[in-house]
Write a protein that binds this ligand. Sequence first.
Ligand code: NAP
Length: 453
Amino acid sequence: MTYDLVVIGGGSGGVRAARIAAGYGARVALVEEYRLGGTCVIRGCVPKKLMVYASRFAIEFDEARGYGWSVDAPRFNWETLVKNRDQEVDRLEQVYRGNLEKSGVQIYEGHARLVDANTIVINEQEKISAKTLLIATGARPVSDTRIPGHELCIDSNDFFKLTRQPKRVVVQGAGYIALELACVLQHLGSEVHLVYRSDLVLRGFDDELRHQLVEELKLSGMNLHHGQVITKVIKKPEGLEVSLGNGVSLHADIVLKAIGRQPNTENLGLQEAGIELNDQGAVAVNEWSQTNLPCVYAVGDVTNRVNLTPMAIREGHAFADNVFGGKAITVNHSLVPTAVFTTPELGTVGLTEEQALVSYPRLDVYKSSFRPLKATVSGHASRTFFKLLVNRDNDEIVGFHSIGPDTGEMSQLIGIALQMKATKAAFDATLAVHPTAAEELVTMRSPSIRHGL
Ligand code: NAP
């Protein structure tokens, strides 16, 4: 069987590319060895966010008391959450399948391996040919096998298979995944120890935001072990004993390692077909997502550019537009709005203060830190923080950083403003919506810091 396009990988990037290409009239096949939907739908963003919602009820119950509600000893049932979460994931997987089928994409279930740049063998049995090939195989958790007892640890894929709530948890890492899952468990009532090797969490984010988040994590009762690594894990009758570099021993039911992800490039025949990988082991591509072989393209986490679902979708769409729609579209990998669904959550877009100062030394920093109105009556101690970075030379806003309820939603909208090169004057001219937290963004009158004066 010969297709115009064969996509390997049924995650966000691959599915979008397949559907758009089919919409242009291409004969398209997609090969997936696990489940349609990829990491995001099956064992990432979607089930994670459902668990974040579940965990935040703990705060809602607490706050409700200040508002006159009697909330006596609410109890949480992990099995119910997991059952309902998995039902929703199953439903979404069927939606993905249905959308591909409606678009006329032929789905193959099995493992794909390249025989050459135009031929694929599925499960080492069935061969199909492709004029164009798209690799969209995503990434998987890094497994560090160097410490004794590493086999006793779990990763984020295993986390979504837990059938019982672990009461005592050690989480290693301080990136998106470690922090989000640590917060879920903390607010669901587990005892959580977060072990990370640096001084601060979330490398690459605005430093002040990182400090604010650490304060919030402490406030939530999470145990933080900064500047530490796990050196050994031992199984004991009462659970796992986890040794840290400083000699401290922790006791846990599970040890969850979230120390990064690596591109899925193995066992695909990529190197045998002559496809180049970059020095991080990702498929090397140009601005058109094209590999060194002109008929082979790659999108999403397997290329290790900006490893976020919306970017994989954008890259997959642009690929299909270029190759099958005759539209010359490249993807802008800068100005990426993003949220980290810790509790409280972070929303950010644009440059960090540290990055902005490199390009715009005449930088005004506007900040606001306050207790949200809701907390004044509930007594919740968490604070909301906003920061706007303004290039004084042309008044353009070059960065937005926030922590607090709904800041992920805000980063999406502020992202539009920054995309339109909004000025501080435009923010100031925008009427406040009162009473909201976001109104602070249009009422920041004087900068807290004026760099380069
Ligand atoms: P990550 O953001 O790259 O963070 C990895 C963490 O592990 C860092 O704290 C890092 O520490 C630490 N680490 C790395 N190697 C280590 C080692 N050998 N020993 C101890 N610690 C080590 O990775 P992630 O959290 O696994 O997330 C992967 C990707 O998924 C991210 O790129 C993100 O884009 C995406 N994601 C996004 C969302 C979202 O949009 N909300 C949610 C989940 C995942 P250092 O900082 O010291 O290097």
